[in-house]
Ligand binder design. Structure first.
Ligand code: NAG
Ligand code: NAG
Ligand code: NAG
Ligand code: NAG
Ligand code: NAG
Length: 370
């Protein structure tokens, strides 16, 4: 009896060890990510300091960590769920650094469309210089370190998840203060085309598992609420989000989903997952308490800021902004970006809930509660 128990323990330990150390059991061995501040893990801070400033990173990393939140982002939770390290930022790579488990090309403030697109329309969007075209060039430069030759690259991409976004949010942000919603809608096909083009180019490079995310319900995002500062009850839905802005995002999503469908038809050997950020985030604003967040009237108040209707009179990291007492009870961190708790809830909805179509391969690990 005694030896049987001992035997079972040894077998059990051996099994656990095996699961943890045997990389073959992990559905993806590499993650490549493109996007903006929603998933930037350190690219933009190599060029400019904002975002590196305290109190960014303060809750989880205990110091600024190149991320535009108080802690981990959706991409961090995804990497961890698949047993992979946090993605190193491409611009922060050191010579000879291990890149085979993933690299992040996302750059805060960047756009789906090229800078020339905005220039032609008299819109000054400097970070568009780090948009999808630039991120694609970075990827092409790095590619020889990822795989070489047809066979090696086929095996490499068979085990690689490639995320094309979230991107496009800054294209919309760049237009919103200057254009009305009718004009915003006119930009939508261009943004969608840029994302579809990028996805196509990555498929040509060999990607076979891709993710294209939609965007957040911008009508529920504190920066937009603050910017519009409406006093008309008819502008808001029953949850306190701006109807028109969310309608514009839905319009954008319909086109994006159609573009993704077209890419699927053109490339039947490829799997493209659509991440429904909109619904995964919107449920938090609809039922904040159910997900552990503050209910009305604090649902839309940012954690890092100071004063005013949305706690946005002082911007996070500047002036006299302060960090709220319980960051995990706020959905929004600084106006634009979610808190780690907000991103965690969205990531859960994508990996463990119904907001990925088709779902990604089953992650070996659950998203941590803390
Ligand atoms: C940049 O790279 C250095 C050296 O590898 C590392 O210590 C630092 O944490 C990285 N920065 C970010 C934001 O990841
Ligand atoms: C890639 O995966 C597919 C299906 O999972 C398999 O049929 C194919 O042989 C794999 N190719 C390589 C080069 O590993
Ligand atoms: C939006 O702006 C355009 C160009 O300035 C104008 O022609 C149009 O009437 C505006 N639409 C609405 C709904 O305000
Ligand atoms: C997308 O690609 C097509 C074909 O290469 C090109 O004509 C078009 O300008 C591109 N559009 C965007 C927005 O990148
Ligand atoms: C809404 O009311 C507040 C307080 O009375 C005022 O400061 C703000 O300008 C009003 N917003 C608009 C869009 O009129």
């Amino acid at each position: 009896m005694k030896s049987l128990i001992l035997f079972s323990i040894i077998v059990a330990c051996g099994f656990v060890e095996n699961v943890v150390s045997d990389n073959n059991q992990f559905p993806y061995k590499t993650i490549l990510n493109f996007g903006d501040s929603v998933s930037d893990t350190g690219n933009s801070v190599t060029k400019e300091p904002f975002g590196a400033n305290s109190p960014y990173g303060s809750t989880y990393f205990k110091h600024p960590a190149g991320r535009m939140s108080n802690g981990r982002l959706i991409i961090d939770f995804i990497a961890k769920a698949y047993g992979l390290p946090f993605l190193p930022a491409y611009l922060n790579l050191t010579k000879g650094q291990h890149v085979k488990q993933g690299v992040n090309f996302a750059f805060s403030g960047s756009t789906a469309l090229d800078k020339s697109f905005f220039d032609q329309r008299g819109l000054d969007v400097p970070k568009a210089a780090y948009g999808l075209s630039t991120q694609f060039e970075w990827f092409q430069k790095l590619k020889p370190s990822l795989c070489t030759g047809k066979e090696d690259c086929a095996t490499f991409f068979n085990n690689t998840l490639v995320l094309v976004g979230e991107i496009g949010g800054n294209d919309i942000n760049a237009i919103i203060p200057r254009k009305n919603l009718t004009e915003v809608r006119e930009f939508v096909p261009h943004i969608v085309q840029a994302i579809a083009n990028m996805t196509s180019k990555l498929i040509e490079e060999g990607a076979v598992h891709l993710v294209v995310p939609g965007n957040f319900p911008i009508g529920c995002i504190s920066y937009v609420l603050n910017q519009v500062n409406s006093n008309k009850t008819e502008d808001f839905d029953e949850f306190g989000c701006l109807r028109n802005y969310n309608a514009a995002i839905k319009y954008y999503h319909d086109q994006l989903k159609t573009a993704v469908d077209e890419l699927r038809q053109k490339n039947p050997h490829v799997i493209i997952t659509y991440f429904n950020y909109y619904s995964a985030a919107r449920r938090l604003f609809e039922n904040p308490e159910q997900y552990g967040f503050k209910g009305k009237p604090d649902t839309f108040k940012v954690c890092c800021g100071k004063g005013g209707r949305y706690n946005l009179n002082e911007i996070c990291g500047l002036g006299n902004s302060v960090v709220c007492e319980e960051p995990s009870k706020h959905i929004n961190w600084d106006g634009f970006h979610l808190t780690e708790a907000g991103y965690r809830a969205v990531a859960q909805g994508l990996l463990e809930g119904p907001y990925a179509t088709p779902p990604l391969k089953t992650p070996p690990f659950k998203i941590p509660k803390e």
